[in-house]
Design a protein around this ligand. Structure first.
Ligand code: FMN
Length: 204
């Protein structure tokens, strides 16, 4: 079913948004209150926000698979087993352990997929860009709800064999996982380069 929101003039004091965007931090599984559950209604709101990301040609290329409860155990078993089978020389015992244990510390994990729209001319990079915009909406929403989370592209993310578990086909891409939990230990020590290092102004 399609959802419409009619154009409306929306006002939020910019200081509020500035604060939200700048206080957003990645919060990692060892900082979560292990296993403490988040109301599914909140996760749904976060996903609705994700789906309002910009999308060239309105292809809406995001596809999410949400794991919680027993589903987290399924994901942990799937990703650790596949990693062990396929990592080859890059296998690390510590990574294997994290793939088994970290999901169980989260409340919800969202597998992030880029699903190619049939018969679209939109370049793949733009579809990946649209999904990344959706992930930023997830990051900001999680922050607004006072929750913690992060985007991880480790483990099985780029393994072809992983795709079908998340309903993705050859032409699609798995772009990683967004872990969400209640915060036990907040993130500290964030910094960014000076604006002058990243921005060139051309005024004349
Ligand atoms: C595309 C993408 C992939 C990421 N993958 C990982 C990852 O695999 N492991 C990890 O610890 N953090 C990952 N991160 C989170 C970064 O570590 C984090 O954004 C960075 O440390 C800056 O911290 P901040 O998000 O609190 O500003 C990823 C972030 C992005 C945008």
């Amino acid at each position: 079913m399609r959802h419409f929101i009619f154009a409306q003039i929306f006002f939020m004091h910019p200081d509020l948004f500035n604060q939200l965007a700048r206080s957003r931090r990645s919060v990692f599984p060892d900082q979560f209150e292990a296993g403490k559950k988040i109301d599914e209604a909140i996760i749904r709101e976060i996903l609705v926000n994700a789906c309002w990301a910009p999308t060239h040609g309105k292809t809406e290329p995001w596809q999410f698979t949400v794991f919680s409860g027993e589903g987290l155990k399924k994901l942990a078993a799937f990703q650790s087993t596949l990693y062990k089978e396929k990592a080859g020389k890059r296998f690390r015992e510590i990574t294997y352990g994290k793939l088994q244990q970290n999901p169980l510390r989260a409340s919800h994990i969202i597998a992030i997929g880029m699903k190619r729209h049939p018969a679209t001319n939109i370049p793949e990079i733009e579809e990946i860009g649209a999904v990344a915009c959706a992930v930023q909406n997830i990051y900001l929403s999680v922050t607004a709800y006072g929750l913690g989370g992060y985007w991880t592209t480790g483990g099985i993310t780029y393994m072809e064999e992983a795709k079908s578990f998340f309903g993705l086909e050859e032409q699609d891409k798995l772009l990683g996982f967004f872990y969400i939990g209640h915060i036990a230990i907040p993130s500290t020590g964030a910094s960014r380069s000076a604006l002058e290092e990243k921005v060139k102004w051309i005024n004349e």
